[in-house]
Write a protein that binds this ligand. Structure first.
Ligand code: PLP
Length: 398
């Protein structure tokens, strides 16, 4: 049969109001980049998230690249990061000469804890990247306490966790930097690409506009001839006497206009995804072979719906195969431990003592869970999951 439920590359649909906002920005925005709509999006995000400084950029990776540049890494500095994450969490740091040190994850929540981080710290540890994977906000207070004690800069990769919160504090707002993505897959998307960087320290925040835009800045003071000496100045942003490398990570005004209106809806989307995830998880409570992470509160936005399948890894593969071939439901596996990719192996980061991350990846199932799934599709997926588990219990296909 054909695909009944795809693991879609697109998470959601737009409302008529959102479409009208895009059309109006297409007609009226002038300039089309770096104008009032960007400023408005940043202001609104600051209020939404409680951040001191927020900078819209072209995607989550650009936000991570900028955060990595602001960490002022030296060759040999160690950056602690979970092996179980998307590659963009890590390569901006590897690309700046840091040594990546992989931290293991908690097998139940599938994100790092202070204990897992502490185990791999050394006197050379400089930066910690905490990833709120699947949309679950890691336990930040003890992590920040540890980081402050050990003098680490902390980056929260909240690319999947926009809007989640823990004790009233939103994801991205515990650490020195927060990074967000509005990619096509994510709970809200600014037309396929988009991102936000939040920065706590004013001295670092001040440098972001130049870092984001080619090292450009306005000339200081009065200029009698507006065209002289040039349209704008170009220089290095400097931090602690070190020159930083700028790039062009700007995002367009149309995307920013859309981002602003999506912020009005993101918590509704998050709540709907959470409610559905809980419905799905609870309906399978009598199937102990599928282990979900159940979090009923706003600490999880269920960007993704992941489960561990008990038993041998071959059983997981049998489940996915049968779901696809018999029912047209496309589950996938995520996130390949970074140390297994050629990119990281070639850099010398092929080793990781992360047994929980390895075990989880080898047994995990990520169900298609885009916001645009209908209730009928969700019920169909539930029914097919039960049938597939029954089939595996009966010993077929294992
Ligand atoms: C999506 C994602 C990114 C990168 O975001 P882009 O907007 O695609 O560049 C980084 N980290 C995590 C955990 C992500 O899920």
């Amino acid at each position: 049969m054909g695909i009944a439920i795809d693991f879609s590359g697109r998470a959601g649909r737009y409302t008529e109001e959102e479409i009208a906002t895009v059309v109006a920005a297409m007609r009226n925005a002038d300039p089309l980049t770096q104008g009032d709509l960007q400023r408005a999006f940043q202001e609104k995000f600051k209020t939404f998230n409680g951040a001191q400084h927020a900078f819209a950029c072209m995607n989550g990776t650009a936000a991570l690249q900028t955060a990595a540049e602001l960490c002022l890494l030296n060759a040999g500095d160690e950056v602690v990061i979970p092996s179980h994450t998307f590659t963009s969490s890590a390569y901006p740091f590897a690309g700046r000469g840091a040594q990546l040190v992989f931290a293991d994850i908690d097998p139940h929540t599938r994100v790092v804890t202070a204990e897992h981080v502490e185990r791999v710290l050394t006197p050379r540890s400089r930066v910690l990247v905490v990833v709120h994977l699947y949309g679950f906000l890691a336990d930040m207070p003890p992590i920040m306490e540890l980081a402050r004690r050990r003098g680490l800069l902390v980056v929260e990769d909240a690319c999947q966790a926009v809007g989640t919160e823990h004790s009233g504090v939103k994801a991205g707002n515990f650490a020195d930097f927060g990074t967000f993505s509005f990619h096509s897959h994510k709970n809200i998307s600014t037309l396929g690409e988009g991102g936000m960087l939040t920065v706590k320290d004013a001295r670092r925040a001040e440098l972001v506009p130049m870092l984001r835009h080619n090292g450009h800045r306005a000339y200081a003071g009065e200029r009698p001839d507006y065209w002289l000496p040039a349209m704008g100045d170009v220089d290095f942003p400097e931090l602690d006497g070190r020159r930083l490398q700028p790039a062009n990570y700007c995002i367009g005004e149309v995307e920013c206009a859309l981002g602003s209106v999506l912020l009005d809806r993101v918590q509704t989307i998050n709540a709907q995804k959470r409610e559905r995830a809980l419905r799905f998880i609870d309906a399978l409570a009598d199937r102990p072979e599928l282990v979900f992470h159940r979090e009923p509160g706003p600490r999880h936005n269920y960007h993704l719906l992941a489960a561990r399948m008990e038993g041998p890894a071959s059983r997981r593969d049998a489940f996915i195969r049968r779901m696809f071939r018999e029912f047209g439901i496309k589950c996938v596996v995520q996130y390949y431990p970074l140390n297994r990719y050629p990119y990281y192996r070639k850099l010398g980061f092929g080793e990781a003592r992360c047994p929980n991350a390895d075990d989880f990846f080898d047994h995990m199932i990520s169900f298609p869970f885009q916001h645009s799934l209908t209730d009928e599709q969700l019920l169909y997926m539930l029914d097919c999951t039960r049938k597939t588990l029954d089939g595996l219990r009966a010993g077929k296909d294992t």
